[in-house]
Ligand binder design. Structure first.
Ligand code: NAD
Length: 291
């Protein structure tokens, strides 16, 4: 029987745990943790992501602020904002919503974020620490995937985990984390140049899919009783829905799910854990700054 890795329910539970901790801090006359977000321009998806992060911050009792900057802002002005946030002692962590407009060098902006406030875990310092197994801020989506597997008690040691996708924010870090002590998977990483993809995916005890292609993974690509983690998020038009669209993943769930032992649904799987991981990282940054 297929069981659900219910990210929505788990996210609610972890948010309650964070909210309890924040209530105790505030009751003891400490200030609440503060998460800030920088958004450049008015891209619809980015504005939705930032609004969700703001809402979740408020739900757990964090202070939240959003720096909305015009599309035409120069790189120098954006870097000045980053310096301001780096130096503000009342801000524990901040994120710069990506993508940035084309005239801005994204990596230069990420590099300017203080590693101590880099709650997205995107700076070279935090990525280096992660690869070395040192204490660090782990990128939110891979961290959310690890939390799901851990909290649901999924057996990982010695399992063959196939990760599809090698992006810096999902595939590469999740492959690294699952191969390390604590998870102990044997990891195969696949990408757009991988040959015979289905032959590899059919060997996966745990299949993590972060391709960015709607319903790409079909039943013939999945081993019976595999654990399936679908990271993909796509909005497709659907006239039967009030908002005119529905959200689907990188996996064709209608045919794949019944074959698996555990599955993350889309929506309600990895997505809610991504935001929760950002909140967890912010709380960690808060505690570090109060050490
Ligand atoms: P990306 O476009 O940066 O990377 C996609 C990866 O897939 C690349 O490494 C590429 O090599 C690989 N790929 C592409 N076509 C392939 C093919 N035919 N065979 C094998 N590999 C192939 O994407 P990303 O930023 O890693 O995001 C992946 C998906 O996850 C997207 O749908 C994105 O929207 C979603 N996402 C979800 C969350 C969440 O919170 N749930 C967070 C981040 C991204």
């Amino acid at each position: 029987m297929t069981e659900i890795l219910d990210g929505k329910a788990l996210a609610l539970q972890i948010k309650e745990e964070i909210a309890n901790e924040v209530r105790q801090l505030v009751a003891a006359d400490h200030r609440a943790p503060h998460l800030a977000a920088v958004i450049v321009g008015e891209d619809g998806a980015s504005m939705t992501y930032v609004a969700n992060k703001e809402k979740s911050s408020h739900e757990v009792g964090f202070t939240s602020s959003v720096y909305r900057l015009p599309e035409k802002i120069s790189e120098r002005e954006l870097l000045e904002t980053i310096q301001f946030l780096n130096n503000d002692p009342d801000i524990d962590g901040f994120i710069v919503q990506l993508p940035l407009p084309k005239h801005i060098n994204e990596q230069r902006v990420i590099n300017a974020i203080s590693p101590d406030k880099d709650v997205d875990g995107f700076t070279p310092v935090n990525i280096g620490r992660m690869v070395l197994g040192e204490d660090c801020f782990v990128p939110a989506t891979p961290m959310g995937i690890c939390t799901l597997l851990k909290r649901y008690g999924i057996e990982t040691a010695g399992k063959h985990c196939v990760v599809i996708g090698r992006s810096n924010i999902v595939g590469t870090p999740v492959a690294n984390l699952l191969s390390r002590k604590g998870f102990d998977c044997t990891v195969t990483m696949c990408h757009s140049r991988t040959r015979n993809l289905a032959e590899l995916t059919r060997q996966a005890d745990i299949l993590v899919v972060a391709i960015g292609k709607p319903e790409f993974i079909t039943a013939d690509m999945v081993k019976p009783d595999a654990v399936l983690v679908d990271v993909g998020i796509h909005r497709v038009p659907d006239a039967s829905k009030k908002n005119g669209y529905r959200v689907i993943g990188d996996v064709k769930h209608s045919e794949v799910d019944s074959k698996c032992s555990w599955v993350t649904p889309v929506p309600g799987g990895v997505g809610p854990l991504t935001i929760v991981s950002l909140l967890q990282n912010t709380l960690k940054a808060y505690h570090k700054s109060h050490e």
